[in-house]
Design a protein around this ligand. Sequence first.
Ligand code: NAD
Length: 438
Amino acid sequence: MRIVVIGTGYVGLVSGVCFSDFGHDVVCVDKDARKIDMLNSGKVPIFEPGLDQLMMRNVEAGRLRFTLDLTEAMEGAEAVFIAVGTPTRRGDGHADLTYVMAAAQEVAKAAKDYIVVVTKSTVPVGTNRKVREVMTQTTPELDFDVASNPEFLREGAAIDDFMKPDRVVVGVETERAAKVMADIYRPLYLREFPIVVTDLESAEMIKYAANAFLATKITFINEIAALCEKVGADVKQVAKGMGLDNRIGKNFLHAGPGYGGSCFPKDTKALARIGQENASPMMITEAVIAINEQVKRRMVDKLLDLCDGSFNGKTIAIMGVTFKPNTDDMRDAPSLTVVPALLGGGAKVRVVDPQGRHEGEHLLPGVEWLDDPYAASEHSDLIVILTEWNEFRALDLTRIAGGMKTPRMADLRNVYSAEDARNAGFEGYSSIGRPDMA
Ligand code: NAD
């Protein structure tokens, strides 16, 4: 099959590469000439484990190419996937559909024969119908169908998630579009996974409902963690005891510094907005959004306690600034709340992150970037584990503590324990939802 993917970000590029690996003939299109130049010279503009090898394999096999020219890319295509960004619209929390609608118009102008226009971007209920309207207005005689195919991949594990999905969700209106979508995903059928074929609105809703539910689960355990700190319980034990119940499940019960990333913050806000617009308020989701902000601010208070009430003149070493490990994505990361608060309070901040520097340099002005956790913590007053990269999971804590001015640690991912810290010579240790070091 001939497929076009519009947008070569985390979702578009992974989808394009994986579709080509299924054996389809794929052209990826982006408006960003720098990205297309990089891709054409064999470089991947984002960090996603395994993506570069898979991309090169399919480029070399002649199944995958990159271009700025949508019209040329559309020649003979049977489906075009829209995988452009849908960021939060300034001011009202609504998903900004400017890029999706612009792409739909461009497709309508470029298409000649029957095509299925598939929205892979996360979009509010009703958007696929608007895509259809925009396309019909642009080229009234065009023969096409729309389809909704929300994406559930996780950055950092994107290829595996795409190749072995828990489910594929497809929203369609016609048998013809359903057949095209089935042909695209047929290579996955060998692995027996559930495919949910439904209407457009349900498909759009599934994505928001799933993300809001996951954000709620994280926020629930973060709230329980705050209470654990007050009553002397250990949230790790609590989460284990809860998660062993199959009805609850153990995933997404890790207490931490609040959720971030490119999806949960914007998708929860968009769902809350959809609820408001339809006079059906999403009260749980609205509470989750507010609590998550509190969680991030609570982290700042924790660090302040470890700095005896003032950041002024302190040197603080931050381990990890991306929103989670194995990605270079910094969008809405907790570090964007925590680090400016430290700098604003007069601290000197050193940062180590295996992949975050490129993005982080614009987003966190005023910090010093280092490659080595030991060098970063040398003569510092506090070390903070903010993202649980593998590189920070087995640090030589004795060496770290020995080099620090005041050996204190804020372990915001519960990687270590108060006992580990005490044995290594730390004089202060605070984590999430567990007793601090006495
Ligand atoms: P991104 O910002 O990384 O990439 C979007 C790309 O689209 C950019 O390269 C941009 O230049 C390009 N683009 C915008 N308009 C264009 C146009 N008219 N023609 C060609 N290219 C255009 O975004 P992303 O993180 O890949 O997310 C894309 C969508 O997928 C969003 O709706 C997001 O919510 C959803 N999603 C993301 C993830 C994730 O983990 N990142 C997971 C599931 C779903």
